[in-house]
Ligand binder design. Structure first.
Ligand SMILES: [Zn+2]
Ligand SMILES: [Zn+2]
Length: 285
């Protein structure tokens, strides 16, 4: 199977483990996108560690694309085994702040205070490139578009176009700040609605229950009801949810999933939602 998505890490904020998380898993953000010759990894949370072990069996040029550089999206990077092979070639696409380049950010991440191996000691051939909004990148046969997310620090949402489908991705995105989920009264004007309209599949977080969100406004994450409003406005038919809150057990996530689908059904929004766990694979055409 050479065209697929595989979710290696679906937890947000902080990795978790224990029997109460057994179904959805506890690794932080990492998504593999394999489409013909294009092999992308989105985000380098702890999920990238087991992915790296598997990739050592089939090394090939990779593109690692970071939505942003918060801990939960980079903490697995030093444990990504292909970095230690001279046979690896990895292009790293990252947002950069005004004063720091992508390479400097990774240099800091691997400073001696934090990790025993420094960036210049890695054996893989590495290329560092900065993501620019409004500048799509082409990784044949894919085109990837970027849009700023509503999240602290420079953070991007993506849209990955294959020859046959468009996949939206927003792991960390607070929709409609201060709005609390009455779909009939959701704000109309929102740039991301236009960006995601036309996606065949949207991967978008919904980290909080609606009442929980009231305590977490401006933390940078969406409530299930606010994410449902985006799904409605962008006419999404297939919605996959990642970046689960570390406090949410399997039981909590089942309740949140049920509540969200109910919300969509009650408002006659023809969309199927699915809460995704670590290891989930989606075939692409
Ligand atoms: Zn995150
Ligand atoms: Zn973040």
């Amino acid at each position: 199977m050479s065209k697929y998505l595989k979710f290696w890490g679906t937890r947000g904020s902080c990795a978790v483990s224990g029997p109460q998380y057994a179904k959805f898993g506890g690794n932080t953000s990492c998504l593999e996108v394999h489409y013909g010759q294009a092999h992308l990894i989105i985000d380098a949370g702890t999920g990238i560690r087991p992915l790296g072990e598997e990739l050592m069996q089939r090394l090939q040029p990779l593109h690692l694309i970071l939505s942003h550089t918060h801990w939960d999206h980079v903490i697995g990077f030093p444990f990504f085994e292909p970095l230690y092979s001279p046979l690896s070639e990895i292009t790293i696409w990252s947002p950069a702040e005004d004063t720091k380049s992508c390479r400097e950010i990774f240099n800091n991440l691997l400073r001696a205070e934090f990790f025993p191996v420094q960036l210049h000691e890695l054996q893989a051939k590495l290329h560092f490139l900065t993501i620019q909004e409004n500048t799509p990148i082409q990784i044949e046969p894919l085109t990837i578009h970027f849009h700023r997310a509503h999240h602290p620090s420079t953070t991007y949402c993506f849209k990955i176009q294959t020859p046959h489908q468009t996949i939206g991705y927003a792991s960390d995105n607070e929709l409609f700040k201060d709005y609390h989920g009455d779909l009939a009264h959701a704000p109309k004007d929102f740039g991301l609605v236009e960006f995601f309209t036309g996606c065949d599949l949207l991967i978008h977080e919904a980290q909080y229950f609606p009442d929980e969100y009231l305590q977490k406004v401006r933390w940078g994450h969406s409530s299930a009801s606010n994410a449902a409003a985006l799904v409605q406005k962008a006419n999404i038919r297939r919605w996959m949810v990642v970046h689960h809150d570390p406090k949410h057990t399997d039981d909590d996530l089942h309740r949140l999933a049920t509540l969200s689908q109910q919300l969509l059904d009650d408002h006659k929004i023809p969309c199927r939602s699915k809460w995704i766990g670590d290891g989930h694979v989606v075939s692409l055409i």
